[in-house]
Design a protein around this ligand. Structure first.
Ligand SMILES: [Zn+2]
Length: 389
């Protein structure tokens, strides 16, 4: 197939009026006046890589922790309808049995032949080794401490787990970081309560990423008579760390997004939806479970964001990566950089950039076609269009 007449967004520039030749699901050539029996006319719209969302809990009423085929299909459909072609389903803090149930289900799902299985790159465990103070919408009684609570089940699923979020100042966090990194898992700091230099041993041990930077994260404060930085400020200066950004203009206002991008650069910032079950659902006052447990925290849709049932805290977002990338463009971030934060950078963080994340010869033809308002016109997985335009 040839995708004709698009504004192709590459990692470095926009190629106007170029075509993409796709064969066997792989990008074979990018050039002018290419021809094939099947042609798809982009009519001058933007052609970007399919978005890559490395932190999402669900959508369309389903949470990945429901651990059913139906739930996975619904949540993946929410992302696909927004041009996201790769996701990393994310757990929330729950009893170990629920987390292991989620891991078992996902392992089986990835071996199945269901339609959207190629969207799932692995999983992210968000907790339960998190601080009490910044646990966010996660439940206190289910939190764990590396020194006290066994985490060997994580290395048993190292084939599946892309990322684990831990609070790096917890007792035993550096040792845990080393063990997980040795197993090939990316360790991410977040939901923490540290102050410089408490989190340094974990970073020196290999912690390389931050979960939703500036949200539920330690910050500048007084301790022992001096003021010192938390993980929020520290990360701006340490090039070893990549960061996630919930660019929904609620968790992160546009001015802060610009500051983080100026400090870190688009190669170190990954936009993530952190979308909950209620993403893509009508705002009608309904209550939704965070995760799948019987006594799960309840959340509802607020003003453009998911909030806890009591209305006190943000619980996660309802905004897909596509819309977040547009928010960054509207904030004045160059389009090529904004797209990179939703595609190539997250693909690199999960080690999948050899196959996905950019429009380059040899990569999978996962593509989104978007108009100037950034509405989705079409999305392709492995060269297969999901819509007809
Ligand atoms: Zn989350």
């Amino acid at each position: 197939m040839v995708i004709k007449n698009g504004k192709i967004v590459t990692p470095t520039q926009i190629l106007d009026g170029y075509d993409i030749l796709v064969q066997n699901g792989i990008i074979q050539e990018i050039g002018k006046d290419l021809y094939d029996d099947t042609m798809l006319d982009a009519n001058g719209a933007y052609v970007t890589p399919g978005f890559v969302d490395i932190h999402t809990h669900g959508g369309y009423g389903a949470d990945f922790m429901d651990s059913t085929e139906d739930a996975f299909e619904k949540a993946l459909q929410f992302h696909l309808d927004n041009g996201t072609t790769t996701v990393v389903p994310t757990s929330c803090t729950s009893p170990v049995e629920s987390i292991v149930g989620f891991l078992n289900f996902t392992r089986g799902y990835l071996r199945s032949a269901v339609a959207n299985v190629r969207m799932v790159a692995g999983v992210h465990l968000e907790g339960p080794y998190l601080s009490v103070r910044n646990r966010g919408a996660q439940k206190e009684e289910e939190l764990a401490v590396p020194d006290r609570d066994d985490y060997s089940y994580m290395t048993d699923y190292a084939d599946l787990i892309k990322t684990v979020t831990i609070s790096p100042e917890l007792s035993g966090a550096a040792e845990m970081t080393k063990r997980l990194c040795d197993a090939g898992i990316t360790v991410s700091g977040g939901h923490d309560d540290g102050i410089y230099p408490e989190f340094l041993p974990a970073i020196d041990a290999g912690l390389s990423h931050l979960t939703h930077h500036f949200c539920a994260m330690s910050e500048l404060r007084f301790k022992d008579g001096i003021r010192n930085v938390g993980l929020r400020e520290y990360a701006l200066n340490d090039d070893r760390l990549t960061v996630e950004l919930i660019a929904d203009n609620r968790h992160i206002p546009p001015q802060l997004a610009k500051m983080i991008l100026r400090a870190k650069g688009a190669d170190k910032v990954a936009v993530v939806s952190d979308s909950l079950r209620c993403a893509g659902c009508p705002k009608d006052g309904s209550l939704y479970k965070l995760g799948a447990d019987e006594n799960a925290q309840l959340v509802k849709i607020g003003d453009g964001v998911a909030i806890t049932a009591d209305g006190e805290k943000f619980a996660g977002s309802i905004t897909p990566v596509r819309r977040m990338v547009k928010n960054l463009i509207d904030a004045g971030i160059p389009l090529v950089d904004a797209v990179k934060t939703g595609t190539l950078t997250p693909a690199k963080i999960i080690g999948e950039d050899g196959e996905i994340g950019s429009i380059e010869v040899g990569k999978r033809a996962n593509l989104a076609i978007l108009n100037t308002d950034w509405e989705l016109l079409n999305v392709l997985i492995d060269g297969k269009p999901e819509r007809t335009i």
